[in-house]
Design a protein around this ligand. Structure first.
Ligand code: ZN
Length: 110
């Protein structure tokens, strides 16, 4: 699933169409998100939420389109030092679809 579209920020300020100081920041968060994998997106949202302080989860949910629970989970994972999170895999080993069997076509004899 290669989704290269950048999520449009849905925070009230951006939706109003007015120019505001955080518009570019919100856009760049989403731009960055579009290049990250699932867990990295969660952690970035968690970090930005923490920076935003009170109500950060809700704000970041509006900006990124992630669920507040997802962001909260990301924050918990950050707090735990990302322990148990794989460093080189998007998903935990064993999760997801098994690799498709290779299709080998019998050679045609001439
Ligand atoms: Zn915004």
């Amino acid at each position: 699933m290669a989704d290269t579209t950048v999520h449009a920020c849905a925070c009230p300020d951006c939706r109003s169409g007015q120019d505001h100081p955080d518009r570019q920041l919100h856009h760049q968060i989403n731009l960055l998100m579009s290049r990250l994998d699932e867990q990295q997106r969660r952690w970035l949202a968690a970090l930005e939420s923490r920076k935003a302080g009170y109500g950060g989860d809700t704000l970041l949910a509006q900006i990124t389109g992630l669920h507040v629970d997802t962001i909260r989970r990301g924050r918990e994972e950050l707090d735990a030092g990302l322990q148990g999170r794989p460093t080189d895999r998007v998903r935990q080993p064993g999760a997801g679809r098994p690799p498709a069997p290779k299709k080998t076509r019998p050679c045609s004899t001439t």
